[in-house]
Design a protein around this ligand. Structure first.
Ligand code: UDP
Length: 484
């Protein structure tokens, strides 16, 4: 294949989950494995998206698919490609699904043609590879246009939308109008929350599956305080000599060490013991990097000694996000314009992306080392970074939007900000938690249990199984009535 890339997926047996699930949860998983083996015998379950790296969808597929394979299901992951025109259109659609204008450009016949033209070679290759009994799960706007070709090849086709907004507006409806003709032809559509379901879809074929995290992946696995310190030192984020090996366990079970350094935009490195507030996000204006920075500068730094770390991927490495470099430039400009005293407390970090597991474990260490984790997005599908931080027992301050509201119970397992643009409220919430470490600790403990109960990967696997079971039953040709 040349337009489509097949991503290597490891394999995890279900027993691996025993250490993070309750007995009851684990028993449910065991039962599901037997059902899945029977249901998917002789079928491949394909997942198709447009990037193997960076962002929530890639993160989730990396986390979930090894468990499906470990359960004996032939799950595969295919990544489609496109040109600049394609990704400009899909980013526009993505922004509008979030209810935001994005670059403000049109979504007309010309964009439709560019979109479909880029999908054509991908569709050709996928149709060659996919069998009639297979199931294809297409992710996000980039893949929606593939539905008709794949349906025509006989496969069962599901489209999953990871983005949405709580109250639809006309901007979002423009994106729906662009995608609808293809999406309507899918056997089922999946959304991350009830509120994201489009107004005019056949509800019988719509299902909700909340995103989840893999507690044992490099992004979330347990790391001792010494290893956290060693990783942050080795990655060049904290000024210290590593006292332990910066070690982690790869998805394939082997042990590896962090080797690469992050690129930092800072006057001086963090010192051991410095309290820092962290946001980890792609360089996307909907993650509001400027708001995170300004709120810190205006409403946190003047009141308490703390640092801000804003970490995202090295922008050169993320191919399906044309806005990244521009948003990073804006953040840099903001940083440069600060007075020296403030600037010394603000650290912009570009994480190396050459080895995604190394990238993940640096994020893990940053999250574990943070005094408070922030996710002050203006729009959010789910917000995996929130679940990741909650699993690490961090107190999280995050916007009351999208799936973040499903994760955090305000005041108990984190703090929700009613108005994501209210920088004073954000600052107040952060300072309040920094000043009350006991409350921050209690919140962190509640947060971890919240994630254990609802947002670990095994939950998604159970939900996918239930949906596929239903879709395949609906799809089976009805047996002819017996003759008398
Ligand atoms: N992420 C990462 N490295 C980075 C920036 C982000 O691994 O440099 C991960 C982050 O930990 C999370 C995912 O990318 O797992 C982002 O998912 P989320 O749902 O928070 O936002 P999205 O990017 O899908 O809008």
């Amino acid at each position: 294949m040349s337009a489509v890339t097949i991503v290597d997926i490891g394999e995890h047996g279900p027993d691996r989950l025993r250490s993070v699930l309750s007995d009851e949860q684990f028993a449910e998983v065991r039962d599901a494995v037997a059902t899945a083996q029977e249901l998917f015998d002789g079928r491949v379950i394909w997942h198709v998206n447009s990037t193997a790296r960076g962002g929530g969808v890639a993160e989730m597929l990396t986390a979930l698919l090894p468990y499906a394979r470990g359960a004996g299901v032939d799950a595969r992951w295919a990544v489609i490609s496109g040109d600049d025109a394609f990704f400009t259109v899909t980013k526009r659609v993505h922004n509008r699904l979030h209810g935001a204008e994005g670059d403000g450009g049109p979504l007309g016949d010309e964009q439709r043609a560019a979109y479909l033209e880029a999908l054509e070679p991908n569709a050709d290759e996928l149709c060659d590879a996919i069998g009639e009994r297979d199931v294809v799960v297409l992710h996000d706007p980039q893949t929606a246009g593939l539905v008709p070709r794949l349906k025509a090849s006989g496969a069962t086709v599901i489209w999953r939308c990871h983005v949405g907004l709580d109250t639809p507006n006309d901007i979002a409806r423009e994106a729906w109008a662009f995608l609808r003709e293809w999406v309507q032809q899918a056997d089922a559509c999946l959304f991350s929350r009830e509120q994201f379901i489009w107004e005019d879809l056949d509800r019988e074929r719509v299902h909700v599956i909340a995103p989840t995290i893999d507690a044992l992946a490099p992004k979330n696995q347990e790391l001792s305080d010494e290893v956290v310190a060693a990783i942050l030192a080795t990655a060049g984020l904290v000024e210290a000599e590593a006292q332990a090996a910066p070690e982690f366990e790869r998805q394939d079970g082997s042990t590896a060490q962090v080797e690469r350094q992050a690129t930092t935009i800072e006057d001086s490195r963090l010192q051991p013991g410095d309290a820092y507030i962290l946001q980890v996000s792609r360089w996307d204006s909907l993650k509001d990097p400027l708001g995170v920075i300004d709120g810190f500068v205006e409403h946190v730094a003047p009141h308490i000694e703390a640092h801000l770390v804003y970490a995202g991927p090295d922008v050169d490495a993320v191919s399906d996000d044309p806005e990244g470099a521009q948003v990073l430039e804006q953040a840099k400009d903001r940083w440069e314009s600060m007075d020296a005293e403030t600037r010394a407390h603000v650290h912009l970090v570009l994480l190396p992306m050459d080895d995604l597991e190394e990238n993940a474990v640096i994020v893990n260490a940053l999250q574990r080392g943070a005094a408070i984790v922030v996710q002050k997005s203006l729009a959010e599908g789910f917000g995996l970074t929130v679940a990741e931080a909650m699993w690490k027992s961090r107190p999280v301050v995050a916007s009351r939007i999208g799936g973040i509201q499903d994760q955090i119970e305000d005041g108990r397992s984190g703090v929700l900000l009613d108005d994501p643009k209210d920088l004073a409220a954000y600052g107040k919430a952060v300072v309040g938690l920094l000043e009350d470490p006991q409350r921050a600790r209690d919140m962190g403990e509640q947060a971890r249990e919240r994630v254990r109960g609802r947002f670990l990967g095994s939950q998604s696997l159970l939900e996918y199984l239930a949906v596929l079971q239903r879709v395949l039953e609906d799809d089976e040709p009805q047996a002819a009535p017996a003759a008398d």
